[in-house]
Design a protein around this ligand. Structure first.
Ligand SMILES: [Zn+2]
Length: 97
């Protein structure tokens, strides 16, 4: 991908288009799951609320900072913002979301 300078408005427009596309994908996926599993919208709302509250705040978003975890190789604690272990270089295992 080649970097191309853009004005702020072009970037915002592209981000808005991408957000709309991702929202459409989410809605389509939810319809498939709902149909296949016999779920209702309230089931999705309950799960969204549970995830939202995991960081202690009901603010319509999920805390994206990873919690401190022990390194898989050396066992030392990795801070949430480190991608690799500072002591042994092991790559941090990330959750899918
Ligand atoms: Zn380590």
């Amino acid at each position: 991908m080649q970097f191309q300078p853009q004005s702020g408005n072009e970037s915002v427009k592209e981000l808005k288009q991408e957000l709309e596309r991702l929202s459409l994908i989410c809605e389509a996926l939810w319809e498939i799951v709902k149909e296949k599993q016999g779920l209702e919208d309230i089931d999705l709302i309950e799960h969204m609320t549970r995830l939202d509250l995991m960081d202690g705040k009901y603010d319509g978003k999920k805390d994206t900072v990873q919690p401190p975890v022990p390194c898989r190789r050396c066992g030392r604690i990795l801070a949430g913002h480190h991608m690799t272990c500072l002591y042994c270089g092991e790559t941090r295992m990330h959750k899918p979301f």
